[in-house]
Design a protein. Structure first.
Length: 292
């Protein structure tokens, strides 16, 4: 049975690499569906047009991806089935035979340009920057420039995919940049629907929760933390997000160690359901090491 993986495009981005990674882990044949926005990925999954979706959920430099968090918490019925973390490296990519001294223009997504600003000032101070819709588009722009004076900042994967040459590797100003990508599907949270390869992952289980308060009152966050503390559940992330109902009305996105079916986790969640308006289990899933 063919399975489809909708992902945030375009081709040649880290989202594309993440989608290929999840696809290749399964033994059945699969097909990638490129989407222009995160909301379209969720739309295809929710309507049953795609088996899975692959989207970024958090970056170590920029924080949580709000569009992904909001879709999972408020609008989508999809669950997180697995996650993987990819090291983000920016590379200077040019047509074959182009030298650094020839470059006058650097094209890439504004975020990549910002994350390589110091390197560009030190090594190409006279070059002008050109903003593109993605790092992959910046690479394509460079390779299409017949003058040979434009370079793109993008992934080594994009250089390989489009026939470019990496002339400078890892030019990012901040090392340790990583992005977490999640595999989502319109499935139960027990992950029995995920393919055998994903189920066999050695990654420890993790659970993501969306917690909604009945009302804004003192001590609510302390009460939530106390329930997890009493049950011996370790929190790995807590983030407040506006509910979009009224100014000052917030909910909590929380990641914890363990599966929702674990006794201590289930005990904490049952107690919270008595005290909160809603406790949504967004997913209990393995954390899988990325490999090409």
């Amino acid at each position: 049975m063919n399975q489809t993986y909708a992902y945030l495009g375009p081709q040649g981005t880290y989202s594309h690499e993440a989608a290929l990674f999840f696809l290749r882990r399964e033994e059945s044949k699969g097909e990638l569906i490129e989407c222009p926005t995160i909301s379209e990925v969720f739309d295809l999954v929710d309507r049953g047009r795609s088996t899975y979706g692959v989207i970024p959920i958090e970056n170590s430099l920029e924080g949580g991806v709000n569009e992904t968090l909001d879709a999972l918490a408020f609008t989508s019925g999809a669950h997180i089935l697995a996650e993987t973390v990819i090291d983000i490296h920016h590379n200077l990519i040019v047509p074959k035979g182009t030298e650094v001294a020839q470059l006058t223009t650097i094209a890439s997504h504004p975020q990549a340009l910002g994350q390589t600003r110091r390197w560009l000032l030190s090594n190409l101070p006279a070059a002008i920057t050109k903003a593109t819709t993605s790092t992959a588009e910046g690479v394509r722009c460079a390779l299409a420039d017949e003058t040979g004076t434009t370079a793109g900042i993008g992934t080594a994967f994009a250089a390989e995919l489009f026939g470019g040459t990496v002339i400078r590797e890892q030019i990012e100003d901040h090392f340790g940049n990583q992005t977490c990508f999640v595999l989502v599907g319109n499935r139960p949270v027990d992950n029995r629907s995920v393919g055998d390869a994903t189920r066999r992952s050695s990654g420890a289980p993790k659970t993501s929760l969306a917690l909604f308060m009945k009302e804004d009152r003192p001590g609510t966050l302390l009460m939530i933390l106390a329930e997890f503390g009493y049950a011996g559940v370790n929190l790995t992330k807590i983030q407040s997000r506006p509910t979009k109902r009224a100014l000052g009305d917030y909910m909590f996105w929380i990641d914890i160690d363990g599966h929702a079916d674990d006794l201590n986790v289930r005990t904490a969640l049952d107690c919270l359901r008595l005290k909160l308006r809603d406790v949504k289990v967004v997913g209990s899933y393995p954390m899988i090491s990325f490999s090409k």
